[in-house]
Write a protein that binds this ligand. Structure first.
Ligand code: TXE
Length: 483
């Protein structure tokens, strides 16, 4: 493995140049495994965002804007190769920065490479159509980039979210301004270095780290931005949408969820069990598509509770490099949020908790994974996004009741159905309010190819797959009257 920080983390990438922020100020990046300061990152602000937007605009007027689709695809494919070559370095960076167990961080780096490969291969395969029209006309459509796209990325899966958002936007020929999260931005910077190495022209990707209220707000309010893609909280997403509305700019919002898994009496429990637990505990529960509600039919409720409790008792939590089942949360702030939810559960029954290893530093942001049982569907722990390793078990009697409970939150990102009954699988796939429904699995291994996004407070717009390419482009209709 090479030097984990093979670049200067205190710089912004603007117009192909790595430059200090205009303020000259930095922000400390905290290692959540032990509370130490990992690095200083740039405290970018409105002047840097303005320079980045101008640089992106200039790239569109220059080589990048004229580049044939297949050449953009080649650059992305090369970038995917470079990501794979540095997979261990990227995993080490992400593990330290986010507090992810190394295995998870490595999977994220591989997923980033997959996004680059998938979109690299797709670049010259997104086509318009010809439309039969009146006599004497030829009508066709063109898929064109929006122009300058803004990307606001959170701290939980930086590499995967950059892959699905920046990867798709570049593929369609947009020029990007990326604002990574202030809590974790090392792999965003590393990715930008690799993009330069892959031959991405100056200005096609600009990166301005900084605080949400400063660099983030400046990006969303900038009149030179033509599309905004945001992943984060509902509260901030709503601010982003309001800022975009002032400039009449389209937004894609991915805002998390309260995703249920529905386990019926006829489910294959051996197959379901690992998914039931892992979907709640992966990345210490800090996953937009985390499954935090497990709805179980009464006939198997006791068995599911007993088996999940046993799995919880085996969960170990500790420093990211030790690669245990869970690392710390991202920050003390997130730990306080999760502990607040655990306190709200004081009136509930805990079925089981995992264990924080004895030697985990007291200065790390660790919480015990916790499984609550017999939780009323209207309890805050059954309705609100916790974003920590906390799951609730909710019993149900009938299919109708299960659907009603599953659809009863403000969110609608992902749902899964565990049943051997094919008719029920088809019925519920239609009735569940979610952007993705899984049948006898959860998450389908990440699914770079699978359109992803929410309903209700989970947001709108779709990322991943070909669908993202349509989102990061606009359709122009050309009607030629030639007689
Ligand atoms: O989110 P924010 P936070 C949820 C999760 C978590 C909660 C708070 O429930 O507990 O949000 O996390 C940038 N204008 N999710 O505070 O504020 C910010 O710099 C423009 C779910 O970290 O939404 C960061 O880059 N941008 C989620 C990004 O927004 C602003 C992932 C996310 O930060 C901004 C993360 C502003 N005014 C948290 N303020 C998911 N869907 O996966 C902040 N930002």
């Amino acid at each position: 493995m090479s030097d984990p920080l093979w670049f200067d983390p205190a710089l912004c990438l603007i117009g192909g140049q790595w430059t200090p922020p205009a303020s000259g100020e930095t922000l400390p990046l905290i290692n959540p495994s032990d509370g130490s300061t990992l690095a200083q990152i740039a405290r970018g602000g409105s002047a840097d965002i303005d320079a980045a937007v101008r640089a992106a605009d200039a790239a569109l007027a220059d080589d990048w804007g004229r580049m044939p689709a297949f050449e953009r695809g080649r650059i992305l494919t090369r970038l995917g190769r470079l990501v794979l070559d540095r997979v261990d370095d990227l995993a080490a960076l992400e593990a330290t920065d986010v507090g992810k167990p190394l295995t998870q961080a490595r999977a994220d780096a591989v997923a980033l490479a997959r996004y680059c490969e998938f979109y690299g291969g797709a670049a010259d395969k997104v086509m318009g159509e010809t439309i039969p029209y009146l006599d004497g006309y030829t009508v066709y459509t063109l898929r064109e980039p929006h122009g300058v796209t803004g990307h606001i990325v959170p701290w939980n899966y930086p590499m995967q979210i950059i892959g699905r958002s920046v990867g798709a936007a570049l593929t369609m020929g947009n020029a990007c301004v990326l604002k990574p999260a202030e809590e974790a931005c090392l792999t965003a910077l590393a990715f930008a270095h690799l993009a330069q190495e892959a031959g991405l022209p100056a200005g096609a990707l600009n990166v301005v780290p900084g605080l949400g209220a400063e660099a983030g707000a400046a990006l969303t309010a900038h009149p030179g931005i033509h599309h905004i893609s945001f992943t984060g909280s509902v509260a901030t997403g709503s601010l982003v949408q309001a800022a975009a509305a002032r400039n009449v700019v389209p937004v894609t919002l991915e805002l998390g969820g309260k995703s249920p898994q529905l386990v019926f009496d006829d489910a294959d429990l051996d197959a379901a069990l690992p998914f039931l637990v892992n979907a709640g505990c992966q990345n210490a529960g800090q996953t937009c598509s985390a499954s935090s509600r497990i709805l179980v039919q009464r006939g198997v409720y006791d068995e599911v509770r007993t088996r999940m409790a046993a799995a919880y008792a085996d969960l170990t939590v500790g420093p990211a490099p030790e690669d245990l089942r869970l690392g710390p949360l991202i920050s003390d702030r997130q730990k306080t949020i999760v502990e607040g939810f655990l306190a709200k559960g004081a009136d509930l029954t805990i079925a089981a908790q995992g264990v924080i290893v004895d030697h985990a530093p007291a200065t790390g942001a660790y919480v015990r994974p916790t499984l609550f049982t017999d939780v009323p569907p209207d309890h805050p722990l059954a309705r609100d996004e916790i974003f920590g390793p906390v799951q609730v078990l909710i019993p149900f009697d009938t299919e109708e009741e299960a659907v009603e409970i599953a659809n009863s939150t403000d969110y609608g990102l992902v749902a899964s159905i565990w049943t051997a009954n094919g008719a029920r699988q088809m019925r519920l796939a239609k009735r569940l309010r979610a952007g993705q429904v899984f049948i006898n699995n959860y998450g389908a291994g990440g699914g770079v190819e699978l359109p992803f996004g929410g309903i209700g407070k989970s947001g709108h717009g779709r990322e991943k797959g070909f669908e993202a390419l349509y989102g990061f482009s606009q359709l122009k209709t050309v009607a030629a009257l030639h007689g």
